[in-house]
Design a protein around this ligand. Structure first.
Ligand code: THU
Length: 132
């Protein structure tokens, strides 16, 4: 699957967002080396902090299908934002543990803008299990 197809999966996943409080729908999709793809969308709650971001749901979706860190090659995050949708700080921390440091992260928006990066660049000096 190429980058554009992964963006399309994330865009479709975004339609499943449950975001009645922020009205900010986010979609995500994780690509694995065997070609499997795992969608995610943000799911909010009236108790706001219990809400879950799209990219975390996508990564957890992959893990729930027995994928592990080294299986993941790319993740796309997309929203109807002016700039390509950037993963929040909490998601960066989770991604730093659950995806490879050089996995492709595609930040995208509905206008077709995109930025390609890695978690190594988004969260340098991440706190890690080794630090405990
Ligand atoms: N959100 C995501 O799902 N991913 C991000 O990277 C940024 C923020 C969600 C959380 C919340 O449901 C809504 O967007 C507004 O913050």
């Amino acid at each position: 699957m190429d980058t554009q197809n992964l963006i399309e999966v994330a865009k479709e996943a975004r339609k499943l967002s449950y975001s009645p409080y922020s009205h900010f729908a986010v979609g995500a999709a994780v690509l694995c080396s065997d070609g499997s793809v795992y969608p995610g969308a943000n799911i909010e709650n009236a108790s706001y902090p219990l809400s879950m971001c799209a990219e975390r749901n996508a990564v957890y979706n992959a893990y729930m299908d027995e994928k592990t860190k080294d299986d993941i090659t790319a993740i796309c995050i997309i929203a109807d934002s002016d700039r390509p949708c950037s993963p929040c700080g909490a998601c960066r921390q989770v991604l730093s543990e659950l995806i490879p440091e050089d996995a492709l992260i595609i930040m995208a928006n509905l206008k077709g803008d995109k930025i390609e990066t890695t978690i190594k660049d988004l969260l340098p000096y991440a706190f890690q299990g080794d630090d405990l």
